[in-house]
Design a binder for this molecule. Sequence first.
Ligand code: XMP
Ligand code: MG
Length: 183
Amino acid sequence: MDFRHVEADLSKTLVTEEELHAKLDELARQIEDDYEGLDLLLVGVLRGAVMVMADLSRALNRHIEMDWMAVSSYGSGTVSSGVVRILKDLDTDLTGRHVLIVEDIIDSGLTLSWLKGNLESRGAASVEICTMLRKPDALKVEVDVKYCGFDIPNEFVIGYGLDYAEQYRNLRGIGVLAPHVYE
Ligand code: XMP
Ligand code: MG
């Protein structure tokens, strides 16, 4: 299994590669139905959403466009403040576009709730959210998420785009980081 070289760093595997792909196929069918006859712009949030974007976009049997943003939330360390800075903006004009934000994880919800409002203010026809993971127990603001892969416990997770200190992004599944790694 792909976790072998980091097995000691994980306290458990949360979602396997197979489960991720099965879920993405399910979400892709819903998205195809919901956006039938409409143009669709997928907006990925760097860097965590790279894997979700790569797999979700290829699971969709329809035309899509793709663009990327990078944002960082002001605040100390691991605590999200809700004040977001755009590090890399979109190259696409959103006027009249149907936008689907593609994210790896929603934690407090502060980043996504800001981002959704920001993209809506640019004149998009619609802005919806697709996230692979969500931590319901960590939510601080209501975020209207149209497509969610898995609700997970409030633990720090890595893999499938998610990092700890920029490592582990290339794991094929998602796991919980063992406390001895960061304590
Ligand atoms: P919000 O604003 O929803 O922020 O609190 C979500 C962002 O926080 C990061 N994040 C994580 N990254 N493992 C990670 O590797 C986690 O368990 C985790 N929880 C939150 C992530 O960058 C996400 O976009
Ligand atoms: Mg992220």
